[in-house]
Ligand binder design. Structure first.
Ligand SMILES: Cc1ncc(COP(=O)(O)O)c(C=O)c1O
Length: 347
């Protein structure tokens, strides 16, 4: 009996390291990174700093830690962070800014994940004895919950000029900045130039099993290194993992275009089906969010019927499901996934 491949479209984090990536990991030269002498980590940090045009970089275990190390290092207790209501920092990081850094997170309404300069401008508080101190603006590019949308570079530049006028820190949650870069052709360096701290992930579309980076000036990264230790994120012979990150950067950036094409294909197929709707305008990179008509089927029903057909997606709110084509799902897999979805919506 042949077993059918499970097509896992729950996230771009579900990918397994390829044999070539595992070989690179096995052969990595390592040292004790807390002592600062793991050459593979140093190589990865130098490589990413150069790619993003920043003075220095720090390897951390996760995207969540990259964001939280950045926020902690850039702030004082009681400071306020402005971010969009639907951002990852607010919705999926377990209230870490409040719990760890004593920050007040101020959620602002965004449009498909994108904050307008006007929205930022009118929410910066005047400084007086009463107000929290507005200190940080955190943007997310691409925007996960909005369906992988890309911040227009002009909007980022306008927000930055407001930040500079008010002396605010600009932080980028760039977990999927690689996707924005591949989709628009805008240089990573150009995106990063508008921010004081940047977080990027190696373990999403790029396919490394672990790892994210924090980027900024030498001085900031020196302080962030201490914060990482405080958070328990200092790791020892971690070059074994950093080697996977180097491999991912060398081999898996340009191919993100395939994931984007597969996402567009799925979105167009879904949008044509009764009982499913997709805002095609938001399908700009590798994420597809579909709304399931609750009169037809619950989201739980949808995901379980689909998994019976060997296709996995995740519930993404009461009526929404998320599909994320990735390194381990080919165009043919996505055709099979679309066929399975068509079948359950027409049953
Ligand atoms: C936009 C964004 N930021 C940060 C993260 C956190 O990454 P991690 O799961 O590695 O903590 C994610 C994870 O999905 C994400 O989508």
């Amino acid at each position: 009996m042949t077993t059918q491949k499970i097509i896992d479209l729950r996230s771009d984090t579900v990918t397994k390291p390829s044999p070539a990536m595992r070989k690179t990991m096995a052969e990595a030269v390592v040292g004790d990174d807390v002592f600062g002498d793991d050459p593979t980590v140093q190589r990865l940090e130098a490589m990413v700093a150069e790619m993003l045009g920043k003075e220095a970089a720090l390897y951390v275990p996760s995207g969540t830690m990259a964001n939280q190390v950045s926020l902690y290092t850039a702030s004082e207790r009681g400071d306020e962070v402005l971010c969009g209501t639907d951002c990852h920092i607010i919705n999926y990081e377990v209230a870490a800014p409040a719990v760890i850094s004593g920050l007040l997170v101020h959620p602002l309404p965004d449009e498909k994940g994108i904050l307008s300069p006007e929205m930022i401008r009118k929410n910066i508080r005047p400084q007086n004895i009463h107000n929290p101190h507005t200190a940080i603006i955190a943007l997310e590019n691409t925007h996960n919950r909005a369906g992988g949308t890309i911040y227009p570079i002009e909007t980022i530049a306008e927000i930055e000029s407001i930040a500079r006028k008010h002396g605010l820190w600009m932080h980028l949650d760039g977990a999927r900045l690689w996707n924005a870069h591949v989709a628009t052709g805008i240089a990573l360096e150009m995106y990063a130039s508008h921010f004081d701290s940047v977080a990027v992930c190696l373990s999403k579309g790029l396919g490394a099993p672990v790892g994210s980076m924090v980027l900024g000036t030498k001085d900031f990264i020196g302080k962030a290194r201490r914060t990482r230790k405080l958070f328990g994120g200092g790791m020892r012979q971690v070059g074994i993992l950093a080697a996977a990150g180097i491999y991912a950067l060398q081999h898996n950036i340009d191919r993100l275009a395939e994931d984007h094409a597969n996402a567009r294909y799925l979105a167009e197929q879904f949008a044509a089906l009764p009982g499913l709707s997709v805002d095609l305008e938001t399908v700009q990179t590798n994420i597809v969010i579909a709304t399931v008509d609750p009169d037809m089927m619950s989201v739980d029903d949808f995901t379980s019927r689909l998994s019976e057909r060997g296709v996995l997606c995740v519930p993404f709110g009461a009526e929404r499901v998320r599909f994320v084509p990735n390194l381990d799902t080919s165009a043919e897999d996505c055709r099979r996934a679309a066929a399975a979805v068509t079948e359950i919506m027409q049953e």
